[in-house]
Design a protein around this ligand. Structure first.
Ligand SMILES: [Zn+2]
Ligand SMILES: [Zn+2]
Length: 275
């Protein structure tokens, strides 16, 4: 069974109001493409920062700019007007665990995707607020990024840890540490094991400057070897990005010995054979 859970119903651009994208017709477009591509389990996971209630967690200026929509209206729309699993992509903000828990516990999700897009107030995958160009060494940025991913997994707030090596997103366009990168991955993998979460394999990186699946093969080898459950997603922001280049992800999963994928309902996880 193929899954795509980390899916957005709209692009991350201006001019993408909820009223236009949170519609049964739009959800139907995603469902149709998923069916065409053999993806039986389809969920949505809108960015937390697009909801006004996220400002109770964090008031980063970038979040303040984007927080427009009502999260309960989103939940109601997905439950009542679609047949999609209900999720959310909720950033981990260190020190705000209680506030994140309050936000998440107040709603009935099928799954919660945890993401690290920021290290303190610096963005990992955006040019605006970028972590790069502030005089930090790539070693320090990478170390802090993967430690934060591990920390996020350990909180118990999340079911899936998204794009686990997002820090590589810029490829050669940003400084990168030298040599064997496995020394960075370890704290992230340990955190996932401690937290009992599933690790996301995401084809989104293939659409980014790095041009690679998240996470790197050596990361996934280690994680799969340690028995971490795997969740497969595309991080689509358009219907046509659903299941994007899944053939390559499936090849990678087979190569590292992963034969089952995580399936979620009501925040319960079970494993289903990829088939
Ligand atoms: Zn993300
Ligand atoms: Zn996403």
């Amino acid at each position: 069974m193929l899954t795509d859970y980390h899916v957005h119903l709209r692009p991350d651009d201006e001019g993408t109001p909820a009223a236009q994208y949170f519609t049964a017709a739009n959800a139907e477009r995603y469902r149709a493409v998923a069916e065409e591509r053999g993806i039986a389990e389809l969920g949505v996971a809108e960015h937390i920062h697009r909801f006004t209630q996220s400002l109770e967690i964090w008031r980063h200026p970038w979040w303040q700019r984007w927080a427009r929509d009502d999260v309960d209206a989103y939940c109601e729309f997905v439950r009542e007007e679609t047949d999609l699993r209900l999720g959310i992509e909720a950033d981990f903000v260190a020190g705000r665990e209680d506030r994140i828990a309050n936000f998440l516990d107040a709603r009935e999700w099928d799954f919660v995707v945890g993401s690290v897009h920021f290290i303190a107030d610096a963005a990992v995958d955006m040019e605006e607020w970028s972590v790069w160009g502030r005089g930090e060494s790539p070693e320090k940025v990478w170390r802090r990024y993967f430690e934060t991913v591990g920390e996020s997994a350990r909180t118990g707030l999340y079911d899936i840890i998204a794009h686990p090596d997002l820090v590589k997103v810029w490829g050669g366009d940003a400084p990168q540490p030298e040599g064997d990168l496995r020394r960075y991955y370890e704290p992230a993998i340990e955190g996932c094991l401690d937290g009992g979460v599933a690790l996301e394999v995401s084809t989104a990186g293939l659409r980014k400057p790095v041009g690679e699946i998240y996470p790197a093969r050596s990361f996934l080898e280690e994680a799969a070897g340690a028995g971490l459950p795997i969740a497969l997603s595309s991080d689509a922001h358009l219907p046509d990005q659903l299941g994007h280049r899944y053939d390559e992800a499936l090849e990678l999963l087979a190569a590292v010995g992963v034969t089952e994928l995580s399936v979620f309902e009501g925040r319960e996880r079970r494993l289903e054979p990829i088939g």
